[in-house]
Every structure is written in C-alpha cells, then in structure tokens.
Design a protein around this ligand. Structure first.
Ligand code: AMP
Length: 181
C-alpha cells in the first residue's frame, strides 16, 4: 500500500480495461478528483517539491492538466497558462506537431504567454509515451522558457515518457506508477 498523508492515491484511480481501444488500460483520475481527500492529497503532493522554488507560471496541458494545474497555480500563488489542442486558443498562437500511433496531433499556446527566461512548472495528469509532454516542453523551450520541472499524478514507466523527459534534463515528479500500458 502506498500511503501519502494517510491517503492512498493509487487506490482511488479507476482502471478501465480496453478504453479507448482494446489493450489499453485507461487510468481514470476522475474517481480520485471527486473525492475531497483525494483531490487535496493529489494537489498537495504535486506541488510539494516546488513550494519554495522560484516559479513564474504553472502550465497545464488540456484537459485534465487544466484541473490539476489550475489548483496548483492557485495554491502556489502563481498565474496559469494553458497548452491546448489545435485551434482552440483565440489569439495568435505558436504550436508543435507530434506523432500519435496513427497520425499527427498538435499542441498550441498563445504566442505572448511566456517571456524569455520565465520559469515554468508543467502539469498533466499522466505521462505515457511522453509524446504530448515532450511537444509541450519543446513549445515552452521555443518561447525561451526555463522548465523547472514537469509533474504528473500517474507515470506509466514501461511506455518510456518520463525517461524521455529526464533524458532531456527535465526534472520529473510523479505520484504513482502503474506497470504496463
Ligand atoms: P502520451 O502523450 O502518450 O504521454 O499520453 C499522455 C496523454 O494521454 C495524457 O494527457 C493522458 O491524459 C492521456 N493518456 C495516455 N495514456 C493513458 C492511459 N493509459 N490512461 C489515461 N490517460 C492516458
């Protein structure tokens, strides 16, 4: 059992087999977030290492990264910046394409959201292959940001995403791990 602040985060994450397609074990954090202790323990643990660190903005990746990143930004007393899927942001954007198993996707951010040298904490719910998070970090680097760390509730280490980020010298903070995919 993995107890954190007396709360077992992992036990509150629901696993849905074969969603969205056969063979995938979907790690559903909605059951963790809907529990008041679960949500607070997750936010506390996500932000804990960064409490005394210099951070200018918390950046969240659409969509579950908005829920978690918004709460972390509020608790740290910092602003929040969204990274969204293609075509969702209203102002001028910069973007980064990344490969999916079939095809290509794109993440975008407002072009004026970040100034050179801004220190960023990047947040999402889960890191799997790392495609999304690596594209987000490239987008942030293109804007001149300094990435203090990337933090996720769930790591799927067998899919290699957290290692990809660490190999790029990005600090990675995760709360629970699940074997396999
Ligand atoms: P990836 O780009 O492969 O690291 O995938 C990360 C994104 O896809 C995150 O935003 C997750 O919300 C979602 N995701 C990927 N795999 C899973 C999974 N097994 N369970 C839940 N969400 C997943």
């Amino acid at each position: 059992m993995d107890l954190r602040y007396g709360f077992d985060i992992k036990r509150y994450i629901r696993t849905i087999p074969d969603y969205p397609k056969k063979g995938v074990q979907f790690r559903d954090i909605t059951t963790l977030m809907s529990d008041p202790h679960g949500f607070r323990a997750s936010i506390d643990e996500l932000m804990w290492p960064f409490l005394a660190m210099e951070i200018d903005y918390v950046v969240g990746i659409e969509a579950r990264g908005f829920i978690l990143g918004g709460a972390v930004a509020h608790e740290l007393g910092r602003g929040f910046i969204p990274i969204r899927k293609k075509g969702k942001l209203p102002f001028k954007t910069i973007g980064k394409d990344y490969s999916l198993e079939y095809g290509v996707d794109r993440v975008e951010m407002h072009s004026d959201a970040i100034k050179k040298g801004d220190k960023i904490l990047l947040i999402d719910d889960l890191i799997a292959t790392g495609g999304t998070a690596v594209a987000a970090t490239e987008l942030l680097h293109d804007s001149g940001a300094e990435i203090v760390a990337a933090a996720f509730i769930v790591d799927l280490p067998d899919l290699g995403g957290s290692k990809k980020l660490r190999d790029k010298n990005i600090k990675v903070h995760t709360l629970v791990q699940f074997e396999g995919d």
